[in-house]
Ligand binder design. Structure first.
Ligand code: ITT
Length: 195
């Protein structure tokens, strides 16, 4: 039987990426009607822990959470931790449009960030951070989600919207965060069923 972890997210795209990155783990998703805690943190680490800690306590399970976003250099790091709520509509399309409109043609480098938090049933915790550098471009490609189509990666000569899920899972910010996570002592405890 695969070790089971609850992934505290309402974002199906994140869940699909995580399931691809952790094929030997049973990644359980929250039901759609579950209310997520308000993301009051000012760092990705703070918000990832906020999401994971609440559910680990109430469900007495191992819980993973991901807090992620886009930091645009010419916008002083915005939208950053406010990436999901950058536009008033809060949809992926409106958020991308707002980045492009705010930049108004100014070229800019940017960072995609993913912070993973793992919390045990007794409250032991760890966070890891993965980052990928790129530049902002007009939207290209139908793959991915969120800011992927406007995030161009030099080494790929493509936006994240133009790479297949397999390619993205080889080098994404989320892949880098997971790679570090599975090297932590707490992850070994999770696999061993100790806490
Ligand atoms: P949960 O909090 O339920 O996990 P969420 O979508 O609200 O889901 P965040 O608060 O972490 O997640 O917000 C992340 C924002 O960054 C959101 O707008 C995503 O679309 C975007 N994002 C996250 N990962 C991304 C990725 O791999 N590629 C492009 N955009 C991404």
């Amino acid at each position: 039987m695969k070790p089971k972890v609850l992934f505290a997210t309402q974002n199906k795209h994140k869940r699909d990426e995580l399931a691809r990155l952790l094929p030997t783990i049973d990644v359980v998703m929250l039901d759609n009607d579950v209310i997520m805690p308000e993301e009051t943190g000012v760092t990705f680490e703070g918000n990832a822990l906020l999401k994971a800690r609440g559910f680990a306590q109430t469900r007495e399970m191992w819980v993973l959470a991901d807090d992620s976003g886009l930091e645009v250099d010419a916008l002083d790091g915005a939208p950053g931790v406010y990436s999901a709520r950058y536009s008033s509509e809060g949809t992926d399309e409106a958020n991308r449009q707002k980045v492009l409109q705010t930049l108004n043609g100014t070229p800019s480098s940017a960072t995609m960030v993913s912070v993973m938090a793992l919390v045990s049933p007794t409250g032991n915790q760890v966070t890891t951070r993965g980052q990928v550098r790129g530049t902002i471009t007009t939207a290209r490609g139908d793959y991915g989600f969120g800011y992927d189509p406007i995030f161009y990666v030099d080494s790929l000569k493509k936006t994240f919207g133009e790479v297949t899920p397999e390619e993205k899972s080889r080098l994404s910010h989320r892949a880098l965060a997971v790679k570090q996570l599975i090297d932590t002592p707490l992850w070994r405890n999770f696999l061993n069923g100790t806490d």
